[in-house]
Design a binder for this molecule. Structure first.
Ligand SMILES: [Zn+2]
Length: 459
C-alpha cells in the first residue's frame, strides 16, 4: 500500500517536471555562450531544463552514495537486534528453569544471557537465583553483592543477602543488611518484620521499638498488634533496667506495659513482680487480681500467695479464693484451689475442685494432682496407680506454645527459641490455634515475621 502510494507520487512529480520542462523550453529568448573556441546558441528555456536535470542527477547520485555507505550500519543494527532477542530468550528460559527448580539449566541460560545482553541487573538476578538453586553460595553472594551497585536492584540484592546470612547463622550481618533494606524501603512489610525480629532476638529492645513505631506509622503493623508488641518490649526493657539495678525505671516501664496489654501474662507478672519488689505488696496483689480476670496462670497465683505474706496453709486457702473470685470456674482457678486445699490437708476439698476441673477427660495436671491427693490422704494405693495410669494417656496440658511454629517452651520468653519470632508464646493447650504447624526446618532461616499475636487472652 505504502509503496504504491510512493510510486504514484513519484509518477506525478515526474509528469509535472516533464510538463514544466516542455513549458520552459518553449519560453522565448536566446542565450549564447563562448568557451575556448566553443560556441553554444540556445534558448533560455533549454538552459533552465538542463540546469534542472543536472540538479536531479545530483540528488540521485547522493541518494545512491548514502544507500551504499549506510548499508554496513544497517546490517550491524539488524545483527544487534537478533543478539538482543537471543539474549532475552536465554533470560526467559533461565527464569523458567528457576521456576521449575532446575539449577544447572538456569545457570547455563544465565551465562549465555550475560554474554548476549548489556543489562547486568536482570542477568544478575537470574545468576543469583540459579546459583542458589545449585547450592553455589559463593556465586549467589557474588551476584547479590553486584546487585547492590545498581540502584534498581539493590533492594532485591539485600533481600537475597539477608536470607543467605540467616541461613549461614550470621545474625550480625543479616541485621546489617536488614537495616540497609529498611533505609531503602521502610514501608515494605517483610523488611519491617525481619528487622524487628532480628533486633528483638539480640535484645536491642529500643531499636526494635523504633522499628515498631515506624511500622505503625506506615500501617505495616496494625494498631492492635503494635499495642501488644510494644507492651512486651516495655516488659523486656523493665527486666533489663532491673538487671542494671534501676528498680525505679523498671517499675515505670512495667506500669506502661501493663497499661497497654494487661491481658498478657508476661506483662502483668512483670508489674506485680516490680511492685512487690519495691515494697508495694498490696498493689501487686491488686494487679494480679486484675490479671487473673483476664488470663489466669499458675505463675500469677504463686506470686499472689507470696505477696500475701501468709504462711499458714489454711489461711492460704482463703487468700487463693480471693484471687480466683473473678473466674471461679476456670481450670486454672480450680487447680489453684485444689493445690491450696491439698497443702492445707483438706483432701475432700481438693478432690472436689479436681473433679470439677477434670470433667469427663481430665488433663495431665489434674490426674497427677489427684494421685498426689490420694497418696497424701493415705488412700488405697490402687487409686494412686489408677490416677497415674490415667495421667499417662490424658490430654496434654496447657503450656507455653509458640503460635508461629508450635514449639513448646518450659517457661515464658519473648523470643521463640525455635523460630525466632517475638511475642508468639501463649499459654495454650495444643491444637487450640486451629492448626499447629509441624516444626518446619526451613522456618528458621526464612525471613521471620511477627506472627499472629493473640490479644484476647493468654500469653
Ligand atoms: Zn516459634
Amino acid at each position: 500500500m505504502k509503496t504504491t502510494l510512493r510510486v504514484l507520487i513519484w509518477f506525478a512529480i515526474a509528469a509535472a517536471v516533464m510538463l514544466g520542462a516542455v513549458w520552459l523550453a518553449e519560453r522565448p529568448g536566446t542565450l549564447t555562450a563562448e568557451w575556448r573556441g566553443w560556441r553554444i546558441d540556445t534558448s533560455v528555456g533549454v538552459v533552465l531544463v538542463a540546469v534542472l536535470l543536472l540538479m536531479l542527477l545530483g540528488v540521485v547520485l547522493w541518494l545512491t552514495y548514502r544507500s551504499i555507505v549506510g548499508a554496513p550500519g544497517a546490517l550491524l543494527e539488524g545483527w544487534g537486534d537478533s543478539r538482543k532477542r537471543r539474549g532475552y530468550r536465554e533470560l526467559t528460559q533461565g527464569l523458567a528453569a528457576v521456576a521449575a527448580g532446575d539449577g544447572p539449566e538456569a545457570q547455563k541460560h544465565a551465562r549465555k544471557a550475560q554474554t548476549l545482553l548489556s543489562e547486568p541487573a536482570l542477568t544478575l538476578l537470574l545468576s543469583a537465583q540459579a546459583a542458589q538453586l545449585t547450592g553455589d553460595r559463593e556465586g549467589a553472594k557474588k551476584a547479590f553483592d553486584a546487585m547492590l551497585e545498581d540502584d534498581q536492584m539493590a533492594f532485591l540484592g539485600l533481600r537475597g543477602l539477608i536470607a543467605q546470612s540467616l541461613r549461614d547463622g550470621d545474625q550480625a550481618r543479616a541485621l546489617d543488611y536488614a537495616e540497609r533494606a529498611f533505609k531503602i524501603r521502610p514501608q515494605t512489610p517483610w523488611v519491617v518484620h525481619s528487622l524487628f525480629d532480628m533486633q528483638a532476638q539480640i535484645g536491642a529492645w529500643r531499636d526494635a521499638q523504633a522499628t515498631l513505631d515506624a511500622g505503625l506509622r506506615t500501617k505495616v503493623i496494625t494498631q492492635n498488634k503494635g499495642r501488644t508488641l510494644k507492651a512486651l518490649l516495655l516488659a523486656e526493657r523493665s527486666r533489663a533496667s532491673e538487671t542494671e539495678g534501676n528498680d525505679g525505671d523498671a517499675l515505670t516501664l512495667a506500669r506502661e506495659a501493663f497499661a497497654l496489654a494487661p491481658e498478657r501474662i508476661a506483662v502483668s507478672r512483670r508489674l506485680a513482680e516490680m511492685q512487690f519488689k519495691t515494697g508495694d505488696a498490696k498493689r501487686a496483689m491488686k494487679t494480679l487480681e486484675r490479671a487473673w480476670a483476664l488470663s489466669p496462670h499458675p505463675d500469677l497465683a504463686q506470686l499472689y500467695l507470696k505477696a500475701s505474706g501468709e504462711s499458714d496453709p489454711l489461711k492460704q486457702v482463703g487468700v487463693a479464693r480471693k484471687l480466683v473470685a473473678s473466674k471461679p470456674d476456670d481450670l486454672e482457678s480450680q487447680l489453684v484451689m485444689a493445690q491450696a486445699s491439698l497443702d492445707a490437708g483438706l483432701w475432700g476439698e481438693a478432690r472436689r475442685y479436681l473433679q470439677a476441673a477434670g470433667g469427663t477427660s481430665p488433663p495431665v495436671r489434674v490426674c497427677r494432682l489427684m494421685a498426689e491427693v490420694e497418696e497424701r490422704a493415705q488412700s488405697d494405693q490402687a487409686k494412686v496407680h489408677e490416677w497415674l495410669a490415667k495421667a499417662a494417656v490424658a490430654p496434654a496440658d496447657k503450656a507455653w506454645r509458640c503460635s508461629a511454629c508450635g514449639a513448646h517452651h518450659e517457661s515464658w520468653r519473648s523470643v521463640c527459641e525455635s523460630c525466632g519470632a517475638f511475642g508468639t508464646l501463649h499459654w495454650r493447650a495444643p491444637g487450640t490455634y486451629g492448626q499447629i504447624l509441624p516444626p518446619d526446618p526451613t522456618a528458621k532461616p526464612a525471613l521471620t515475621t511477627m506472627n499472629t499475636v493473640y490479644t484476647t487472652s493468654g500469653g
